[in-house]
Design a protein. Structure first.
Length: 158
């Protein structure tokens, strides 16, 4: 049984993230979405809200039986070891993502040679999308329903 961890901030989850999760479930037996508690970032949504938005969105998409959502802190590779994941999943939107993702993948591989990173090319219709832009639009009262699932829209409005 192959388990993959899809780590990220998910502040908030976007349609781009959901597309990557859906495609990862076609490749791996189990996908764990790891929501990072990052002390260096101050998220717009708290950890519990980010987890709940993901959970609701996965349920709406019928993916909740194949995917588990968990919060974590510390190193991604340590969390992989804890949950028995031998793969890390990440999405690549554009060349601009490549440099930092390459560096993370190499570093994680040095830290844990048995864990490999698998990249999914983000679907073209979501390639422009980022949680940061969504937060900016939401902060100014704009409509983000084209970019994020209803479960995240509700929580951003609050
Ligand atoms: O959604 P993001 O913010 O792009 O996700 C970044 C994330 C969570 C994958 C990355 O910051 C991470 O793995 N952080 C955990 C700490 C860690 O393992 N750092 C070393 C990575 S090389």
């Amino acid at each position: 049984m192959t388990t993959a961890l899809y780590p990220g901030s998910f502040d908030p989850v976007t349609f781009g993230h959901l597309d990557v999760i859906r495609r990862a479930t076609a490749v791996f037996d189990k996908v764990v979405v790891g929501v990072l508690v990052n002390p260096r970032k101050s998220p717009m949504l708290g950890l519990e809200e980010r987890i709940a938005a993901l959970g609701d969105a996965l349920k709406e998409d019928g993916l909740d039986d194949k995917v588990e959502v968990r919060g974590f802190d510390g190193l991604t590779v340590d969390f992989c070891a804890k949950i028995g994941a031998s793969f890390i999943v990440r999405g690549l939107r554009a060349v601009s993502d490549f440099e930092s993702e390459l560096s993370m993948a190499h570093t994680n591989r040095k830290l844990a040679p048995d864990i490999d990173t698998i990249f999914f090319m983000t679907a073209l219709e979501h390639a422009y999308l980022s949680s940061s832009l969504v937060k900016e639009i939401a902060a100014f009262g704009g409509d983000v329903s084209r970019f994020v699932p209803a479960a995240a829209v509700r929580r951003l409005k609050r």
